[in-house]
Design a protein. Structure first.
Length: 647
């Protein structure tokens, strides 16, 4: 007889952890002033942060770089600099797993301030370092790795160019040697704040111009250049107020999102100002965001859903004399949510990066918390801008966007000059630092265990997942072709057991199971009894089973009967649909038998089983032995000689 194990419920759990980013807020610093000017989520987990330190290092101020874990704990930290002031403005992970950091130095180089670029390995050790500059002030504010190799470093120069300050770009090879260098500007002042490589291999630049403006002294200035540094187009953007550009990012449609601040005419305070530009630099929409006092946007990025994140600082909203301010915008620039972060003293967001879980990491400085006068402050936020209810410094704000309809984009006519700086090897020291880090708050973790019965799966798959408090997880039950979803069991809110999909808020450990039912229904009226067949030579006990075909089933080809033996289900018989009775012969007298019957379709799929148990008594056998339903031949063989019925 073919052995077959029938299982009504199968739950296979694959154990693993879904690495959602932790939500937390931490300060980093010493007894004096520290600030974070740049932050990036890095491959392999965690974050790289760069800024400045007064508490550690060699000079008045030094570059300060911290590698943080996904939970914000310090994996390593180092200061780089000389005897004077050295400030890091931008850091990016490189394709070799190390880092490139750029800023300004007064300790080395030709002038009072020069560009300082340092290439680090993955542990923060210097691989090379160089300065670039002239006799005046030159400050690097942004750097990116080029897809063709090497780096593009940008900032502004007072040593070269057409005016007081000009945009200054240097294309470096992988070892910091200059491949080309250009200034861009006019007779007045231009400040470069942001440079990013574009999809076509060129670059987009954003900052401020006092040469090409309409109105009150300054306009946004956006310049698109090719891979060789030549200008493709340039736009001065502004109106009767002053506008300062701080960050730009290319968008999925080939256009750009740019952020900074804008003054209201005849009114000194600034507002956040965000503009969506086409691929040719034409304004598609523009909004200001603020409330009465000064509000400045320092960072902007596009999210995967087409919306945008903007961060900076606000004096109009929040608790103190300036708080971090983060806004989530929809694709049209309307506010989805807005939050401030801070205490009773000034707190500023200087940099931001989007994270893999849909949230963001924000970095800057705080005078409200930490060890010293000011500390570097880094916050990991969830997709809704939250950390945890225990974080008392997070507040909702209610600013409304206003159309900046008075701003125009105008073609400008910058002078492009090939500058003549020569790179010089600098001798910044690298020192391990030991800053104090304070955890202000962190969302606790909870486990979600998902299981599924036979007949389907779930999305996410069956397994154990780790989420942080307040995260909403959506779970979908997906039946296969021969089953339907039935219900959920486990930690399910009342009234939601039949919801599919179901959304659970992770405020505790949760176990949930998805249940599926076969489309086939089991046979009806399954019953049975035991009879005795006595002949001259032997006594045989027979369990007689009967059932009715379920009219709800279509396309079934047979019924299967199983008997339970030693904690398993053994297949007894496969019965054609036209038959509705089965005899299990040679049964053991007084033994309990448990039977299951299923309906089977042409593809071999079975219904759930119907079960019965047969446990006859001696009295029942004696009463029924004369009415056994056997064939005519069986009945004759059962009657003893002379027609006497034995006891």
């Amino acid at each position: 007889m073919r052995r077959y194990v029938f299982t009504a419920w199968v739950s296979i759990i694959f154990l693993f952890s879904l690495s959602l980013e932790a939500k937390w807020a931490r300060t980093y610093g010493g007894s004096k002033n520290e600030a974070a000017h740049s932050v990036q989520q890095v491959s392999g987990g965690g974050y790289i942060v760069a800024g400045q330190t007064e508490s550690f290092g060699r000079g008045k101020q030094d570059f300060w770089v911290l590698k943080l874990s996904a939970r914000g704990t310090v994996e390593w930290e180092r200061a780089y600099g000389g005897d004077r002031k050295d400030i890091a403005h931008c850091i990016r992970q490189t394709s070799d797993g190390g880092y490139i950091v750029a800023g300004q130095t007064a300790s080395f180089g030709e002038g009072y301030d020069d560009y300082l670029v340092i290439k680090l390995n993955s542990k923060g050790h210097i691989q090379w370092q160089k300065t670039y500059g002239g006799k005046s002030l030159d400050r690097a504010t942004s750097i990116c790795e080029s897809s063709e190799g090497g780096y593009l470093v940008g900032g502004h120069t007072g040593s070269f160019g057409a005016g007081g300050w000009d945009f200054w770009l240097l294309k470096l090879d992988a070892y910091g040697t200059i491949q080309w260098q250009y200034t861009y500007g006019g007779k007045e002042t231009e400040y470069l704040r942001s440079v990013q490589e574009t999809h076509d291999g060129g670059y987009i630049l954003a900052g401020t111009t006092a040469t090409f403006f309409k109105g009150n002294m300054y306009n946004f200035w956006v310049v698109k250049i090719g891979p060789d540094g030549t200008i493709r187009w340039e736009k001065s953007i502004g109106g009767p107020a002053s506008e300062w550009g701080y960050d730009i990012a290319q968008t999925a449609d080939g256009g750009y999102i740019v952020a900074g601040d804008k003054t209201i005419p005849s009114f000194e305070p600034f507002d956040f100002w965000v503009l969506k530009l086409s691929s040719a630099g034409k304004i598609q929409w523009q909004y200001t965001y603020g409330k009465g006092e000064s509000d400045i946007a320092f960072a902007v990025a596009q999210r995967e859903n087409g919306g945008y994140m903007v961060s900076g600082w606000t004096e109009s909203l929040g608790l103190g004399n300036g708080d971090m301010w983060v806004l989530k915008l929809n694709p049209e620039g309307k506010i989805d949510w807005q939050r401030t972060y801070g205490g009773f003293h000034p707190d500023k967001a200087m940099a931001m990066d989007l994270t893999d879980d849909g949230g963001c990491v924000v970095a800057g400085e705080t005078a409200s918390y930490g060890a010293g006068e000011k500390d570097a402050w880094v916050l990991k936020l969830d997709p809704d801008g939250n950390i945890d209810p225990s974080c008392g410094f997070v507040r909702r704000t209610n600013a409304t966007p206003e159309l900046g309809s008075n701003a125009l984009d105008r073609n400008s006519t910058a002078v492009t000059t090939a500058s003549s700086a020569v790179e010089a090897i600098s001798s910044a020291s690298s020192r391990e630092t030991a800053g104090l880090s304070f955890l202000l708050c962190e969302a606790p973790q909870f486990n979600l265990t998902i299981m599924a019965s036979t007949g389907g799966m779930t999305q996410p798959d069956s397994g154990i997942y780790t989420y942080y408090r307040g995260y909403d997880q959506r779970i979908t039950a997906i039946p296969d072709a021969h089953h339907v979803f039935s219900h959920w069991s486990g930690n399910i809110p009342k009234g939601n057991v039949a919801d599919n999909p179901i959304t659970l808020r992770m405020d505790k450990d949760i176990t949930i199971s998805a249940h599926f039912q076969p489309l086939l229904k089991p046979p009806l009226a399954f019953s049975g009894y035991q009879v005795m067949n006595r002949s001259l030579s032997q006594v045989e006990f027979i369990n007689v089973l009967s059932w009715e075909t379920n009219p709800a089933n279509a396309g079934i080809v047979m019924h299967r009967i199983y008997v339970e033996q030693e904690e398993s289900q053994n297949l007894l018989a496969e019965i054609p649909v036209s038959t509705s009775e089965y005899w299990h012969r040679n049964a053991v007298k007084d033994k309990t038998y448990v039977y299951s019957i299923t309906a089977v379709d042409a593809d071999g799929y079975e219904s759930t089983p119907s079960k019965i148990s047969i446990n006859p008594s001696k009295k029942r056998l004696r009463n029924e032995k004369n009415i056994i339903r056997f064939s005519h031949s069986d009945f004759l063989s059962w009657i003893p000689p002379c027609g006497r019925i034995p006891d």
